[in-house]
Design a protein around this ligand. Structure first.
Ligand code: PHE
Length: 445
């Protein structure tokens, strides 16, 4: 059999039966919105970088998005059956090569290079996901970390918590109200790495981590309030409410998420924790210890600029881009996004039966067991590009006698840039319907 290959960023990769990355995803690889001056993702990166100053923090912004399963999963301690590894969630090039699903894919390499006490990595990341106004299969993350070295800062006891606490003291104070009801670590829910860290060390690292990230939130939301006041001089910024909640990541312990109260809801803005010591050990720097965090840049940019739909970040329309001109060179000029008029939407439904599960052997393309909703999402995206606002499952029915399952999805066609004609909407919907039959083997109702 012939082996095929594809080129990404000028490099050639062999594909195999794991290859599931469609052309519309690959075409976004060169965009690198975090490097496009005056783009809201770029501006958001700049603001966060300003809180983690060079040279303590070194910025890495051009790492290649094609990584190995070793980098993306194994080096971080993801178990071999972790759902994130599934083809339904991740874009693979071949069995051992994929488009990174998070910036943590570079943690081990940057620890190994050991160039600076801290770092920030900004990059495009890729995930198969639902279609709605806050999800897009390509988005941007920033990873940050700060390490201390036992070797260069040896103390008689080997405990360097005093050194870390002194760095906590050097951080600026802030007056934001923070809810942090949980202990610094918890034996079951959020354990200390007791074989590696003293309780004082874990507490000091956690304090430095939390204070640093709180300062970042203060900076972002004071910029957001400034922008709001430009739009409306009578705007009064409500006191910012943030809280720390316990979390789990395979590569940190203890771990937390930071949530911000926004428009009546607690919104998760980042994940973080004390780096698992195995990462440092495997990276050849066993005497280091420290923290790491990861944050989604679009989500922050949506809050900062009041951008209502994540598709807008990919727009080449000057009615979008021109609103941010000059901001990179003068952050004081940051203003809210002024939406251009919303074009009419056109919802259309498609209903189908999943292939019966009882078919014995044969050519089953997709039965109820290997049906993944993300496959529906991807078919819609690859045919309609950015002209779909969201896709929602509106019915899920299992026939009481035959046991067959039927699903109905509502696809809301709406361009951000123009009014779609009836004819083109109908044509797209027909193509989607056909592709569902051909690719998933469903039977239309
Ligand atoms: N990589 C994690 C995610 O994408 C976030 C994270 C980064 C958590 C670093 C802890 C430390 O969800």
């Amino acid at each position: 059999t012939n082996s095929s290959s594809i080129e990404i960023n000028g490099k050639e990769y062999k594909t195999d039966k794991w290859f599931n990355t469609p052309p519309n995803i690959l075409s976004n690889v060169p965009r690198r919105l975090h490097l496009q001056k005056d783009h809201p993702v770029y501006i958001t990166r700049q603001i966060i970088e300003s809180v983690f100053p060079s040279p303590t923090y070194k910025y890495h912004n051009t790492f290649d998005p094609v990584v190995s399963t070793l980098q993306n999963f194994d080096s971080l301690g993801f178990p071999s059956d972790h759902p994130g590894r599934a083809k339904s969630d991740t874009y693979y090039i071949n069995e051992s090569t994929l488009l990174r699903t998070h910036t943590s894919a570079h943690q081990a390499d940057v620890f190994r290079a050991n160039l600076s006490p801290g770092y920030l990595i900004s990059a495009d990341v890729y995930r198969r996901d639902e279609v709605d106004r806050s999800h897009y299969p390509v988005f941007h993350q920033m990873e940050g970390a700060r390490s201390w070295d036992r070797g260069s800062a040896a103390s008689a006891s080997g405990d360097i918590s005093q050194l870390i606490w002194s760095d906590v003291e050097k951080l600026p104070k802030h007056s934001m109200k923070v809810e942090d009801p949980n202990p610094p670590y918890h034996p079951e829910r959020n354990p200390l790495q007791s074989g590696h860290h003293s309780p004082d060390e874990a507490e000091a690292i956690g304090a430095h981590l939390k204070r640093s990230l709180e300062l970042m939130v203060v900076e972002i939301f004071s910029r957001a309030a400034q922008a709001a006041k430009k739009a409306d001089p009578n705007f009064v910024d409500e006191p910012l409410r943030v809280r720390w909640v316990e979390a789990y990541f395979p590569f940190t312990s203890p771990s937390w998420e930071l949530e911000v109260y926004y428009a009546g809801d607690w919104l998760e803005v980042l994940g973080c924790g004390v780096v698992k010591q195995d990462l440092y050990i495997n990276a050849g720097v066993p005497s280091q210890l420290g923290w790491a965090f990861g944050i989604g840049l679009e989500r922050i940019a949506m809050l900062l600029f009041q951008i209502p739909d994540i598709r807008l970040f990919w727009s080449q329309d000057n009615r979008f881009l021109n609103q941010f001109t000059g901001v990179s060179d003068n952050l004081e000029s940051l203003r809210r996004f002024v939406p251009f008029s919303k074009y009419p939407g056109c919802p259309k439904d498609v209903s189908f039966w999943l292939k019966s599960t009882s078919s014995a052997g044969g050519n089953v393309k997709a039965n109820a067991h290997d049906f993944h909703e993300n496959d529906v999402m991807e078919i819609v995206r690859s045919i309609c590009g950015d002209t779909v606002e969201d896709v929602k499952r509106i019915d899920d029915f299992t026939h009481p006698k035959t046991g067959r399952r039927s699903l109905c999805y509502r696809i809301n066609y709406r361009s951000l840039e123009r009014t779609l004609t009836n004819q083109e909407t109908n044509e797209m919907h027909d193509k989607v319907t056909q592709a569902l039959v051909e690719k998933l083997g469903v039977e239309l109702r």
